[in-house]
Design a protein around this ligand. Sequence first.
Ligand code: SF4
Length: 176
Amino acid sequence: MTRPRLATVWLDGCSGCHMSFLDMDERLLELAAVADIVYSPLIDVKEYPEDVDVCLVEGAVSSEEDLHKIRMIRERTRILVSFGDCAVMANVPSMRNPIGAQPLLERAYLENVDHNARIPLDVIPALLPTSRPVHKIVEVDVFLPGCPPSADIIHTAVVDLLEGRVPAAAGARFGR
Ligand code: SF4
């Protein structure tokens, strides 16, 4: 029997949701025994593969790079999970929305620095005008709120999804 293919992705988030994923501790070994982790910041795979069964997406969509990634991930993924409040409702990244992208860059790279003040346009991906929840860009199948969701909730949700059930923890959601 083919093993389910699991992925996790980090867009505009603080990595706290992935830290909570790691907090599953020895249960990670149980997951690895029943599924293949085919893409994640936690493993050394550079390209998001085709035919992913379940993908947990941490973070909001805030840059041109995030936009490209989430569209590609949606095309290659059967069940896409908004993983944590930044993905579900843009949360912390959306705090910059009332300011605007250009004033934000000027504040960070010009006004608040003492030396070599310049906006590093060749190094960082271009910001979108606002930071947006994942479901505003692509269809999302399951919402897993929390900042971050606890390791217990993540574990229950992932096991449910890998075994073909809709996770009970996915009932709550925000940010429509
Ligand atoms: S939901 Fe909370 S823990 Fe997760 S990436 Fe956003 S700020 Fe970090």
